[in-house]
Design a protein around this ligand. Sequence first.
Ligand SMILES: *[C@@H]1O[C@H](CO)[C@@H](O)[C@H](O)[C@H]1NC(C)=O
Ligand SMILES: *[C@@H]1O[C@H](CO)[C@@H](O)[C@H](O)[C@H]1NC(C)=O
Ligand SMILES: *[C@@H]1O[C@H](CO)[C@@H](O)[C@H](O)[C@H]1NC(C)=O
Ligand SMILES: *[C@@H]1O[C@H](CO)[C@@H](O)[C@H](O)[C@H]1NC(C)=O
Length: 226
Amino acid sequence: MNFEFLLIFLFHICTCVIGSELDYDGYLQLQLFHALNDDPVPNYTERGNITVTSIRTGASTIGQMGLQESQKQDLIKLAENNSKYRMKINVRSSSGSESTFLTSVPACHLLGTELEDILAIWVDGSAQPISITQISPGPCSLSSPPTNMWTTNVEVRHPDGGPTPDTASYIYKIEREKEARERGETKDNRSFIAKYWMYILPAVIFVVLSSAANPDAAGGGGGQRQ
Ligand SMILES: *[C@@H]1O[C@H](CO)[C@@H](O)[C@H](O)[C@H]1NC(C)=O
Ligand SMILES: *[C@@H]1O[C@H](CO)[C@@H](O)[C@H](O)[C@H]1NC(C)=O
Ligand SMILES: *[C@@H]1O[C@H](CO)[C@@H](O)[C@H](O)[C@H]1NC(C)=O
Ligand SMILES: *[C@@H]1O[C@H](CO)[C@@H](O)[C@H](O)[C@H]1NC(C)=O
């Protein structure tokens, strides 16, 4: 193992232990609930599901139920009362953690945009959601929207200005691709282990070390994240 290799190896031990999901990407599963009543206690009913399939790119699939006619009337009544449309969002991340977020917008803004809204999901450096905000810029309107269906845009935002580039593994990848081109093969057909040993090995070492250090928790899952 030459020096460059050792550096890359150590780099990956660090990133594995920290468990930064932005290096590997990850997904988020969102369950949306909304309240169309004006009482202090919101009566949440199901609105739909969103799966952010890639936190890095923000790609997502959206499945929402349309508003029933009575719900549309409730929304208009909320708007007439200058009240807020409230949402509750349960999020499950690819690391298995679950959290709940609350957000609200003036109901008349949703009528003004004809049920179009933006869901901004803020994630921290380890791709955990830290805030979810529904945004509906308006204008304010009290007229019944011509549609029953939501038009939702999902945006994943990184407060620290975006993920930092994974320079070492990028250089490594470019090197390997160059070698592959020189050998005349364009497709990387190595086995899974051959391709990802630098990710798997530190994880295995970490699990072994942590179960040695803490025999009680040996076998308890998780591994990369404490
Ligand atoms: C509108 O506001 C009034 C006064 O706060 C309240 O009594 C009424 O129930 C509200 N209407 C709806 C539809 O919630
Ligand atoms: C909550 O909303 C559902 C669906 O609109 C309704 O059936 C139920 O009676 C409501 N519950 C309360 C406490 O208002
Ligand atoms: C959302 O997901 C839940 C649980 O997986 C499921 O029961 C429900 O039918 C889904 N709703 C929609 C609108 O797809
Ligand atoms: C990968 O493919 C090349 C030719 O396409 C072949 O020569 C080589 O043996 C293959 N390697 C493995 C590990 O299958």
